[in-house]
Design a binder for this molecule. Structure first.
Ligand code: FAD
Ligand code: NAG
Ligand code: NAG
Ligand code: NAG
Ligand code: NAG
Ligand code: NAG
Length: 535
């Protein structure tokens, strides 16, 4: 269906490009091997080379292009022959500590549009049983009725969080916190409003997300402007351009190993100072410093094997943290039959979050209007999204189209194309981004990023999820790449940090420390956490 993608599909078949290495006889040994060419991998390579003059590196990536979860796809209309590029993964510059990404966007002239979450229409739907009957769009008075209670909660949440921290009270789920503060959603509109405010950000329901570590920190920056990337070169352009500065315009530097899938990481010799060996479908590579940038989902799913197996404290950390599913379904139409507002929220009477959040990609200032490329995007999360991943594109199109017909009338045109991402089925990602669930302690999170090894040989873990301040975001990945480069540079200059994991988390660990993190007030500013010495 996606005609223009054929080239990409063919290219990905080409594998194991046997490139000569300028640095050693066979190109299989380096000082640092980076596993994964997403944002963290690129940021790490950039920092090693340009900030620390560490150039003897290899970067191994399974796909035939860089960017990882910064990933574009093409929608194509057979009738008009027109195509348009959309973001299958990250799309907004948003969240705590986004300043470095705003700087990159400025540097590379990335085109964005300001997202206005007040520019929204609300539709009270009849759901799956509608059978041709239609619900209705709400007027202003109807809207305020169901929003007030949640808005009160949101306003008070940061203060309540700080108060709980001040008093060393344990973490709560977002659901318990909303309930204590008297937000008890019952009707479909309240549930849709809550879904839009909570699940649409964390991609997990309030019963799972941590109040202190996920929700309260976001609430503190709720008023900031989010920028939606509308650049046809894609969000990934920022990171691919940074990589071109390192590896050449054509990205043909032999230190870059695309189309190479890691199978096993053998770190058995690391504790005694021996090299770590990475086995791939294109041969084996070794280095004293190997860095995994794989998602928590990949680590949880054990798509990559570790020899010896990871210690229990590491596994406890990996399986305690959350990997969410956030699915952006794009529908392309040859004509625009919807309004100019940026959002429409559909309140399903039976199922919270069923085709709830619709976004108009052709709102004024976004994609061009009055063309034959008109896109509406609907987002699904968590169990509903994972259920969708198992269905065919045609089945999803049928369901989504029925909701559009209920909102806009039976005679709207059929979509010209549809994109249904399947992040959780993809063995390279196993989900969309990480989330901090209730029950994960600070020490769990520290253990997640804790390197393994000894002396001068270390297996590092970095990427989006390792950021305590900006997990789940682009800047989390970018910052962690820089932090890990700093740790490696120190070690290579003879000051390897002493490793000290929290090997046994006892019930005492929950007292105080789990809530000793920065509150919303401090997180508001520049988010890069001085990680200091890795234990
Ligand atoms: C649908 C979606 C929406 C999002 N929306 C936003 C947003 O709006 N704003 C925002 O800030 N963030 C958003 N994010 C999160 C953001 O995209 C990520 O935090 C960030 O891209 C993660 O970068 P990373 O380098 O840590 O990980 P990754 O991008 O996952 O990099 C890891 C790399 O490793 C590769 N790899 C995996 N397994 C292997 C293997 N066995 N061998 C070799 N290579 C392998 C992968 O192909 C990948 O390139 C979104 C993510 C998704 C999926
Ligand atoms: C970088 O390192 C190389 C040796 O690896 C050295 O010759 C060079 O002078 C260094 N450059 C800088 C700017 O430190
Ligand atoms: C697209 O058009 C071509 C002919 O122009 C036709 O063969 C093909 O089946 C069409 N594809 C779809 C998905 O409609
Ligand atoms: C956002 O949208 C609302 C509702 O349409 C409008 O009143 C407001 O002026 C908009 N804000 C900005 C900054 O454009
Ligand atoms: C929390 O403690 C700080 C420092 O003692 C104090 O300034 C602040 O008012 C307290 N906040 C709440 C909500 O208790
Ligand atoms: C799109 O076309 C309509 C009707 O022809 C016109 O009123 C409107 O101003 C156009 N919008 C843009 C952004 O060009």
């Amino acid at each position: 269906m996606r005609g223009p993608l054929l080239l990409g599909a063919l290219a990905s078949l080409a594998s194991c490009t046997a490139l000569p290495s300028p640095r050693n006889s066979d190109g299989t040994h380096a000082q640092v091997i980076i596993l994964g060419g997403g944002i963290a991998g690129i940021s790490l390579a950039r920092s090693l080379i340009t900030e620390h003059n560490i150039t003897d590196i290899l970067l191994v990536e399974a796909r035939d292009e860089l960017g990882g979860r910064a990933h574009t796809e093409t929608l194509y209309s057979n009738a008009t022959g027109q195509s348009v590029t959309v973001e299958k993964g990250c799309n907004w510059i948003q969240g705590p500590g986004k300043e470095p990404i705003l700087e990159l966007a400025k540097k590379w002239g990335l085109k964005t549009a300001p997202q206005n979450y007040s520019d929204v229409s609300w539709f009270q739907g009849l759901g799956i049983e509608a059978d041709g009957a239609r619900g209705h769009f709400l007027d202003d008075a109807e809207q305020e009725e169901f929003m007030a209670g949640y808005d009160n909660f949101l306003e008070n949440a940061p203060g309540y969080s700080t108060w709980r921290q001040n008093n060393s009270l344990v973490d709560l789920s977002v659901r318990v916190a909303t309930s204590i503060m008297d937000w008890i959603p019952v009707n479909p509109l309240q549930l849709a409003y809550e879904y839009w405010n909570i699940d649409y950000t964390f991609a997990q329901p309030p019963e799972i997300s941590s109040f202190e570590n996920a929700f309260a920190q976001e609430a503190g920056i709720a008023e900031e402007q989010d920028d939606f990337v509308v650049d046809q070169r894609g969000y990934k352009y920022l990171f691919v351009q940074e990589a071109r500065e390192l590896f050449g315009q054509e990205l043909d530097d032999p230190r870059l190993r695309l189309s190479t899938t890691v199978k096993t990481i053998d770190w058995s010799a690391a504790e005694s100072g021996g090299d770590i060996v990475v086995h791939t479908d294109c041969g084996s590579f070794s280095a004293p410093h190997v860095v995994s940038t794989f998602s928590v989902g990949v680590l949880q799913h054990q798509d990559v094997h570790f020899t010896p197996r990871l210690p229990d404290w590491k596994k406890e950390a990996i399986f305690t943290f959350g990997m969410a599913t956030y699915q952006k379904i794009f529908l392309l139409f040859d004509e625009m039959f919807w309004g100019d507002e940026q959002y429409v929220v559909y309140a399903d009477p039976d199922q919270r979050g069923r085709y709830a959040v619709w976004q108009n990609i052709n709102a004024p200032g976004f994609f061009p209007q009055n063309t034959t490329n008109n896109i509406i995007m609907v987002t699904a999360t968590d169990t509903f999204a994972r259920r969708n991943e198992e269905l065919s594109d045609d089945e999803i199109q049928g369901e989504a189209f029925a909701v559009l017909q209920e909102m806009y009338g039976a005679d709207i045109p059929q979509p010209a194309d549809i994109l249904v991402p399947r992040w959780t089925l993809d063995p390279l990602y196993r989900g969309s981004y990480s989330n901090w669930p209730l029950g994960a302690l600070d020490q769990h999170h520290a253990n997640l990023g804790q390197p393994l090894g000894g002396g001068s040989s270390w297996l590092h873990f970095t990427g989006e999820a390792m950021s305590a301040d900006s997990f789940g975001y682009v800047q989390g990945a970018w910052d962690e790449g820089i932090n890990t480069a700093g740790v490696i540079a120190e070690c290579l200059s003879g000051k390897c940090p002493a490793a000290e994991a929290f090997e046994a988390l006892t019930t005492c660990a929950q007292t105080g420390t789990a809530l000793a993190r920065r509150g919303p007030a401090t997180r508001r500013g520049h988010g890069r956490r001085a990680r200091g010495v890795r234990r």
